[in-house]
Design a protein around this ligand. Structure first.
Ligand code: SF4
Length: 242
């Protein structure tokens, strides 16, 4: 019991600013557990995004840097090249990684930077108030698509993981989910492998995590978990992409 619920050393004991039912807290904990288990707490450097997780560094008890909106992989590239002995990861949402940061994301991946990317896909902009994101599903209602996303007006949900997997320099891409304990266990395995790849100098690794945003999906936390499994995972299939 103690082993299961003990707070990871890499996680600080502070109150959360996330909404009830948000997935960010689970994802933060998975990263902290992996950092502890791989014994890289003194070597790891996280790069925080702009978005709801803008103060992610408040929750982790290891070194972190902040990046301007969308630029986390440019910052991670710089840190890794100057300090190759460190383990560098970015933590980015869909607005940060797949909208304003698409340029930095694709080029860092195409260069095969030996970094780890944790990509939180909740199909909406959270921090700024529930606007349509690149990953918003067709027919999904948001503040800026009140009648639902339409392909004719807004295009299709962007499958950034599949795009990145097509690049020769990218070594590992997997999509996981936080919708159940079973999937959370799978998510942790993927996060651990993405860090292990960097330790082993294998190269660019990305884990996309389907994560609930009950607040701007206008759902209860349980409905949000069910929606990931029943709707979102049909558009964004789980599993190893590369
Ligand atoms: S707005 Fe959504 S993503 Fe942001 S903290 Fe709240 S539930 Fe989480």
């Amino acid at each position: 019991m103690e082993k299961t619920f003990k707070k990871p050393q890499s996680l600080r004991d502070i109150s959360t600013h996330y909404c009830p039912g948000c997935g960010h807290g689970i994802a933060h904990r998975l990263i902290a557990e992996v950092v502890d288990e791989l014994e890289i707490r003194e070597r790891v450097i996280g790069v925080a995004p702009v978005g709801c997780a803008v103060i992610a560094y408040d929750y982790w008890d290891f070194d972190c840097s902040e990046a301007a909106h969308g630029r986390a992989l440019a910052v991670a590239t710089g840190i890794k090249r100057v300090r190759p002995q460190n383990i560098i990861f970015t933590y980015q949402g869909d607005g940060d990684l797949a909208a304003i940061g698409t340029n930095e994301t694709i080029h860092a991946a195409n260069r095969g930077e030996n970094v780890t990317v944790i990509f939180i896909n909740n199909a909406i902009y959270g921090m700024t108030g529930g606007q349509m994101a690149p990953t918003t599903l067709l027919a999904q209602k948001t503040v800026t698509s009140p009648e639902g996303r339409q392909e004719r007006l807004h295009g299709y949900p962007l499958k950034i993981s599949e795009i990145l997997a097509s690049l020769r320099a990218v070594k590992y891409v997997e999509r996981v989910s936080l919708d159940s304990p079973k999937e959370i266990i799978e998510a942790k395995k993927a996060v651990k492998l993405a860090f292990q790849n960097q330790i082993d100098n294998i190269g660019f690794s990305l884990v996309e995590i389907l994560s609930p945003c009950p607040t701007y999906w206008d759902m209860s936390p349980k409905e949000a978990m069910d929606w990931i499994r029943d709707v979102m995972a049909k558009e964004f299939p789980l599993g190893r992409i590369k």
